[in-house]
Design a protein. Sequence first.
Length: 403
Amino acid sequence: MPSAGQPGGAANAASRGDGTPRPWWGGDTLLLWLGDTLLLWLGDGAVGAVVGALGVAMAHGSAFGLLAGGRTVVPLAVACAIVLCRRLPLTAASAALLGWVLVGTLCAVPVACWTVARRYGSSAVTWVTAVVGGVVVVAPWSTWPLGLGLPVMAGVAVTAVGAPMVFGLWLRQRAQLLAGLREQAERAERERSLLAARAVCEERARIARELNDVVAHRISQMTLLAGALEMTARDAAAVEAATAIRTAGATALKDLRKLVGVLGKGHEDVPLHPLPTVQQVRRLVEDASRSGRRIRIGMPDELPELSGTTERALYRLVEESLANAARHAPGAEVDVTLGVSDEDVTVSVRSSPAACPSAAATGTGFGLLGLRERVQLAGGRMTAGPRPGGGFLVTASLPRYPS
């Protein structure tokens, strides 16, 4: 846990993850660390107290030991070493074996052996400690005063040394296995994320290739044919229509190239260009009128300031509505009305019945679905449907400043 005085500590102490200031003393992280440390010390202290109480009782009731006195002091000293067994396992093991030799208290030996096996695992330190502990417990000179045979002392050695060692080794192996499984799961999750990102990049590249090979080719052909018609036509209206088609095709081709670049590059190096605003709605209608379409627009000369989300939603709604009117109602008259109140902005695109119904194209309805989702994301409401007397009506109301 870095502090403010260590490298990187000042930055970590400056703010929390949610942006709120972090105290210089570490805040919640320090409190959690202090809480965990306190719990560990309390647990070790409780184990030491139990070992001390049992050791004193065993020492006073045992006839074995090299010392005639010290039946209280030695078990308490061993208990103090057991309190530190998590940090000094070999010292605790030595003190426990010494307590058995001096005053005949054996209760600290299992705790010390378990701690050594838990700390060092299947290593030379663990096996040396097991051998030394077993020898000390079953040494012949320790059995004679008690009058016990070797099988009894061997059982005591297995209970006091062997079983705790095996239990400690099992716990360490289990912890290592869990850590390995956790690391494997995290690695699999990272690999899954990388594969998903790779699949997304490959799909984006495939879409970019299809757009470039199919759509861009068709638009280029349309632009070339419109340019040829512009050069050869003698009618002024035809020349104007061909010019509008060629300009629209060139703009669409330019936008398509930008889109292909974005799809091909992924999230990096995305080209920046101005986003559409509601101020450009009038120009959008004028560009559509140059192709011979009858479009009327009614909107204030000066529009108030609107949020970017509302402006883009309004622009895309008018753009998609004009495109739908040209596709599904060719030759129809279109009225675009934009109104502004203190809180909302309303827009309506009203088209008359098609002048050439046979030339109308069929649609999938995805365009209106996308418009409705865009308006809802901006916090507005949208309705779209046929008019009673024929034609189509799209209306929407959006807040000037979405919450």
